[in-house]
Design a protein around this ligand. Structure first.
Ligand code: 6PG
Length: 236
């Protein structure tokens, strides 16, 4: 894993903005579109104004996907894709054909997960293992060490290595909605991953997993990502 520490959130988001800009420029040298997965939650809302600063001539060539989603309609205040649509993509005038929400009108979460996997397989370049490759994936993390919707002690986390799925469904009485989440095998295939950790509690967890202090059964799911050399943890 790589790590960068910042003096304040503004510096972190500005850096992430630069990474996105460079990823778009680099990918457009070989492809028509740059394939990006955005994070959800509140950190995303703080990041969006920095994305808006990027030249629209670059942003209009991005296809926007999501690393996880709540199984709610897009117009729900709880929708990660709906939040991005309202706060980032619609204000920018991004073409709806380049907006790929994981969930909207579907009723069945499993069908939605399989359908999203197919969208990714149809649209994205695939690696030698036939796994779709994002140019850049942004992840958030929770104060419990989850990333995307891979939560501590969940079966999805405990058995992630045996699970062939790229997108999975997560249900728990502990969270407010059924979720769809990218699985590690899809995330790890990306050219580049930026995990945005804003807040002392999240950074404390990264410090612990970096030191290998939590070898126990994935107390902090974010530990899964530390073996990757294509991920950078942005910490403040
Ligand atoms: C979600 C997110 C989730 C989020 C973290 C951090 O659907 O909630 O995808 O993984 O990124 O929970 O959330 P905050 O940025 O709100 O702390």
């Amino acid at each position: 894993m790589n790590r960068k520490n910042f003096i304040n959130a503004q510096e972190l988001f500005s850096y992430a903005q630069g990474v996105l800009e460079k990823s778009i420029e680099k990918s457009l040298k070989g492809k028509e579109f740059c394939d990006i997965a955005l994070l959800g939650g509140n950190t995303a809302k703080e990041f969006f104004p920095y994305i808006k600063k990027i030249d629209f001539e670059l942003l209009k060539k991005v296809r926007w996907f999501f690393s996880d989603e709540r199984c709610v309609l897009l117009d729900s205040p709880d929708s990660n894709a709906g939040q991005a649509q309202r706060l980032l993509l619609d204000p920018l005038g991004i073409n709806q054909d380049q907006f790929f929400p994981p969930y909207n009108q579907e009723k069945d979460a499993q069908k939605a997960a399989l359908a999203y996997e197919q969208v990714l397989k149809n649209l994205l370049v695939k690696n030698e293992k036939q796994i779709p490759v994002f140019d850049l994936i942004f992840l958030g993390m929770g104060a419990d060490g989850h990333f995307a919707s891979l939560f501590p002690q969940s079966e999805l986390v405990k058995n992630f290595n045996k699970n062939p799925r790229l997108i999975e469904v997560y249900k728990s009485f502990k969270i407010n909605h059924t979720r769809l989440t990218m699985m590690p095998r899809l995330i790890e295939a990306a050219k580049e991953i930026m995990l945005l950790a804003v807040g002392n509690e999240k950074v404390r967890i990264i410090n612990q997993v970096e030191l290998g202090e939590d070898e126990k059964d994935f107390k902090y799911p974010v530990k899964i990502l530390t073996a990757q050399d294509n991920i950078t943890f942005l910490c403040v």
